[in-house]
Write a protein that binds this ligand. Structure first.
Ligand code: ATP
Length: 363
């Protein structure tokens, strides 16, 4: 563990009855980093996050926070903030009160927390001022100032999520844990909120751990992406390293906007690479395109105009479905046309047919 590691999971496993949900998970979160936990539904992302938060105990292994073993500490004792997909706001409280709540719980007595009566509570004035200032600062960062007196029920999904973020922000936690915070928002707002979250991350300077099943979201925001498959860490690294050197065909299939083409030896596709007769060859659609001197031949089945490019669906003469990308000005021939496809050889990946793990083919 290096000095700049804030959070570390060491050999963390979690069982629910006979069901092993996490199996020897090692994750290291560096100071100031943005880590995305990425994986399909049920792979154990939320359980991992809840263990980081202290809402769930590991069955085995350790959780270290700034070098200290906090495995037995409660969520409250860890000073980490968690933001949920469901926002978890109190409907009867205003935006300002929702945001103030974690601070009030921490710093004011029950008496001091009561609206109206609390003002009479001895010694609560300074704390109230501090809370007021912190809520004001968070509202300013998140653009929530106009809504401070409103109730959550009158806000849009994006505004509610900002309130949930604000409530995390006021606590000045050592770590932010976010569980699919954008999944209730529509596509356009999600993209806008991505940028806002990245800005918020920079503003706080604190590490963020972000759970998502959306690879585009993970790739766009994170500097470390941890791909989880079946309760294990399949690969952890920068978005670029995962894209360029996926450790297995499962990771390769998870990363990338358009699903990677995986050619197995039995698919019988010729003209890819001499090793295609014994390894699974991976080629991303964006690295396959129509070319007059291309070495692959396939019948055109579908063409989707995506604006900046055209996604082609083709079938080789051996019956294998292939995705390719053509430029937006490509003059798409009618379905059924036989097209030659070229690809970028140094973008080709190879994986073991048995283990699915990456194989380096060499020059
Ligand atoms: N408290 C629990 N008791 C029993 N099983 C549980 C419990 N919590 C989670 N699980 C199981 O653990 C597995 C992993 O769940 P988890 O919520 O961590 O996955 P996930 O990757 O976050 O999935 P999703 O994206 O659907 O939320 C699932 O099979 C789930 O049913």
């Amino acid at each position: 563990m290096t000095s700049e590691t804030v959070l570390e999971l060491r050999g963390v496993s979690r069982c629910f009855g006979a069901n092993t949900v996490l199996d020897h998970v090692d994750i290291s979160v560096k100071a100031g980093s943005f880590t995305a936990l990425l994986g399909a539904s049920g792979c154990g992302k939320s359980t991992t996050l809840r263990i980081m938060a202290g809402l769930e105990q590991p069955s085995a292994g350790q959780v270290l926070l700034n070098g200290e073993n906090v495995s037995d500490k409660t969520a409250h004792e860890r000073n980490v903030a968690m933001v949920f997909q469901s926002y978890a706001l109190y409907p009867h409280l205003t935006v300002a009160q929702n945001m103030a709540l974690p601070l009030a719980m921490r710093h004011l007595s029950v008496f001091g927390r009561l609206p109206g009566v609390g003002r009479l509570s001895p010694g609560s004035g300074g704390v109230r001022k501090m809370i007021h200032e912190k809520v004001g600062h968070a509202a300013e960062i998140l653009g929530l100032e106009p809504y401070l007196d409103r109730k959550p029920g009158t806000l849009s999904g994006g505004q509610k999520q900002r309130v949930a973020l604000g409530r995390a922000l006021v606590r000045d936690p050592v770590l932010f844990l976010l569980d699919e915070p954008l999944s209730n928002l529509d596509a356009r707002l999600r993209i806008r909120m991505r940028a806002e979250l990245s800005a918020l991350h920079k503003e706080t300077g604190r590490p963020f751990v972000y759970v998502t099943h959306d690879q585009a979201e993970a790739m766009a925001m994170a500097d470390q992406v941890v791909v989880m498959i079946g309760g294990q860490v399949a690969q952890a690294g920068s978005p670029r390293s995962l894209y360029e050197k996926p450790a297995s065909k499962e990771v390769a299939a998870f990363i990338g906007t358009n699903a990677i083409n995986l050619f197995r030896p039995e698919d019988g596709v010729m003209g890819l690479h001499p090793a295609a007769d014994r390894h699974v060859i991976g080629l991303r659609p964006e690295h396959v395109s129509p070319a007059e001197d291309g070495t692959l031949e396939a019948w055109l089945e579908t063409a989707e105009f995506l604006g900046s490019e055209i996604l082609l669906g083709l079938r080789t003469t051996t019956g294998k479905f292939v995705r390719a990308i053509a430029a937006d000005d490509y003059c798409t021939p009618p379905p059924g046309s036989l097209i030659r496809l070229g690809f970028t050889p140094d973008r080709l990946h190879a994986f073991s047919g048995e283990s699915g793990l990456r194989v380096e083919l060499g020059a």
